[in-house]
Design a binder for this molecule. Sequence first.
Ligand code: PSU
Ligand code: MN
Length: 304
Amino acid sequence: MLNPYLDIHPDVQQALSEGKPVVALESTIISHGMPYPENVETALRVEKAVRDNGAIPATIAILKGRLKVGLSEEEITYLGQQGQSAIKTSRRDIPFIVANKADGATTVASTMILANMAGIRVFATGGIGGVHRGAETSFDISADLEELAETKVAVVCAGIKSILDLGLTLEYLETKGVPVIGYGTETLPAFYTRESQFGVDYRIDSPELIAAALKAKWEMQLKGGAVIANPVPEEHALKNEEIDSVIDAAIAEMDAKGIKGKDSTPFLLAKVAEKTAGNSLKANIALVLNNAALAAKIAVAYCD
Ligand code: PSU
Ligand code: MN
């Protein structure tokens, strides 16, 4: 590999050299998205779900300034124990984490960048960043959306968490030419819930057809990624009433405390987790596993 900053795990490197399917996984979800020790357990189960569905997992992070594509169990545990003290690393942060030889947990945007450096095309996570509520005055729009516009990686997620403005996020993605595919659904899932009032661009029910669309997009040199929205499994979905008031209160508290910039999303994620206790964490774990399995199937189809 020509990139002197990049360490690709040997299992991942071997799969890539042989043209076998690989699925990228992010690490902010481990450090900032879930509490320890559930975060480590989940990260390891997610890797297993990728393997069980025929692909090789590559969890991505920055450790001691090295860009890591594929982590060992020890490295995942280390990152999980750091929790919120790991540095949340998006596109703008990468070179500084590297220069400082620091540890960085990668967001969707930076995970896409590192996956692309390694040549990985499919990525599974829980939820992506988006346009925040009130963005018309705060300008808070996640760098994830810009990355989806630029970088050739497909992101499998459970839709968009309603800490965000779903409608504005869809408008932004449309402007940037990023397709939003609903896997087996006509409406955009909202992370904890299977449905929202918004439609997806394309409903596709087969991983093979999703892979074919991605291949067509990239073979004709269209830049950018795709969002594949996979609803949370029915038995773990929460009720709107359960989650809406919690999110509204979390946003009010965030505004009152003047929290903004890169701290907004972690604050909201932590508040929602705290206020909904067990059920939201169960849903979160179930949907990430479900996304890992789908991403592996898409990666397998993409390599065929
Ligand atoms: N949304 C979620 N769960 C998450 C995140 C977002 O439902 O874990 C994390 C992801 O790592 C995502 C990041 O890339 O937050 C977005 O942060 P920001 O809004 O600051 O760009
Ligand atoms: Mn932001």
